[in-house]
Write a protein that binds this ligand. Structure first.
Ligand SMILES: [Zn+2]
Length: 473
């Protein structure tokens, strides 16, 4: 009953055994909606991988019966019967002939089949030999390739998905996660990426996990509107560029809200107005002590100050920098992270500098991760428009220093919004969202004095960066 191996089969087995000793066992990743299983490769040749029929039957719950009359074997797969004959490269599946990449063979009582035999089971099974992946419908596993390029501002990570699916990019410190709407990902290994830009790349279920290299201080996800492509700008150490030559003498810090405007609140009752004042006072102390700067706060107690008066105070004090401090709230408890925002000048394109519309209504703008930010979209004095580039450079510096301090940032860490408090400021001006109070982790951090110190220290270092950059010290 033990039939000898064919010579070809023997040679393949011997060659493969030698290979396997060096490489360890090789297997296919079988991706189903229930999870991922391994299908061990019994032997391999240049044109095909061979697996045992027993392993296939176990994996897919198939019934295998000897067909003694025909000298073959019958596999029952659902309503279909697949008939295999030793030495044949075709099988009969549900009455139709399916050709395989190699012959069915028999070694003793063990039946061996080329891995593409799985296609004959009529179960929507896709076999990818290159990556040794088997996808069983309705599971999906897009093929993923990644490429890292250097650019003048750092680098760019280009990820392609085939077929294209919806993705979502999130960042936690040095780790970026691209989550795809799929069961799993079939990733082609990334070779030769510059380690200072991308230190590691791996899959975790339907997610692609990217470990950023040490040169990357910030990321920006391009909106490609193309489900087959995800493009992430890897921003390297930026050099702040200021339109205004003089060094920094005076900084105005604006603790958001106050008085009868509490702002956002955490589940434990931490109010945005108290948080912003606490951070502002620490930043003021650090800037005065370390840099000898003149620092003016728009409020030093729990009082209400109108938006326009905050920027006006900066203008009247001839401030060189205006920093408004806030914290977010969101109906999505998952949304977390700090952000630095400049004024979205595109909203004011075409408006004359003299336009005043004090009666314009407040706007509720969608923010990343759900929820809205209510802002007063009033084209006010528009003094901020010529400062947009300098403000955005400063926002980038702040984000870099916050990231370096270990502060979790939102995916769009540097962003723009039509922020009324910045419109009238005639100097580089940004709004820092210190975190999201409705997120439990952020709320916990923001009640921790050590974290307040970390935030204040990072902001003060960012101001020092600007000062050194401009003054050439
Ligand atoms: Zn606020």
């Amino acid at each position: 009953m033990a039939r000898p191996l064919t010579i070809a089969g023997l040679l393949i087995s011997l060659a493969w055994a030698a290979h396997a000793r060096m490489q360890g066992p090789v297997s296919y990743r079988v991706i189903t909606t229930d999870g991922v299983q391994a299908l061990i490769v019994h032997a391999s040749s240049g044109s095909t991988d061979i697996v045992t029929l027993d392993a296939v039957a176990r994996l897919f719950g198939l019934l295998v019966r000897d067909d003694t009359r025909a000298g073959g074997v019958v596999v029952v797969s659902g309503n279909d019967r697949v008939i295999l004959t030793a030495g044949q490269s075709t099988v009969s599946s549900g009455g139709r002939l399916v050709s395989l990449s190699g012959p069915v063979t028999r070694a003793g009582t063990t039946w061996l089949v080329p891995v593409d035999f799985l296609r004959a089971l009529n179960r929507g099974i896709e076999v990818r030999r290159g990556s040794r992946v088997v996808v069983v419908a309705p599971a999906t596993a897009p093929r993923v390739t990644a490429r890292v390029e250097r650019t003048s501002s750092g680098g760019r990570l280009v990820v392609t998905l085939d077929p294209g699916v919806a993705t979502r990019v999130t960042r936690e410190g040095p780790r970026v996660t691209i989550r795809a709407q799929a069961t799993a990902l079939d990733l082609e290994p990334l070779a030769g990426a510059p380690g200072d830009l991308v230190a590691g790349l791996r899959t975790d279920g339907p997610s692609l996990v990217v470990d950023l290299g040490s040169a990357v201080t910030n990321i920006r996800t391009e909106d490609t509107r193309d489900p087959t492509r995800v493009v992430i700008e890897l921003v390297g150490t930026p050099a702040p560029v200021f339109d205004r030559p003089p060094g920094i003498q005076t900084v105005v810090i604006d603790p958001g809200h106050g008085g009868d405007e509490p702002g956002a609140r955490s589940a434990d009752g931490l109010l945005e107005k108290h948080l912003t004042l606490a951070v502002a006072q620490r930043v003021k102390a650090l800037l005065e002590a370390r840099l000898g700067l003149r620092v003016v706060l728009t409020r030093d107690e729990d009082t209400s100050v109108p938006s326009d008066r905050r920027a006006a105070l900066a203008n009247n004090n001839k401030a060189d920098l205006f920093i408004s401090l806030h914290a977010n709230g969101s109906p999505s408890a998952a949304l977390r992270g700090a952000q630095a925002l400049g004024l979205d000048v595109s909203d004011y394109a075409g408006l004359d500098a003299g336009v005043r519309r004090q009666d314009a209504p407040a706007l509720a703008l969608p923010i990343a991760g759900g929820g809205t930010r209510v802002i007063d979209a009033v084209p006010w004095a528009l003094a901020q428009l010529p400062m947009a580039a300098a403000s955005s450079a400063f926002a980038t510096t702040v984000v870099r220093r916050l990231s370096e301090a270990g502060v979790v940032m939102q995916t769009r860490a540097v962003d723009v919004a039509p922020l009324r408090v910045l419109v009238g400021a005639a100097m580089p001006a940004i709004l820092i969202e210190l975190g999201v109070l409705t997120n439990p982790e952020d709320a916990r951090a923001l009640t921790d004095p050590a974290h307040i110190e970390r935030l204040a220290d990072a902001i003060a270092i960012a101001v020092a960066d600007v000062r050194l950059g401009a003054g050439g010290q």
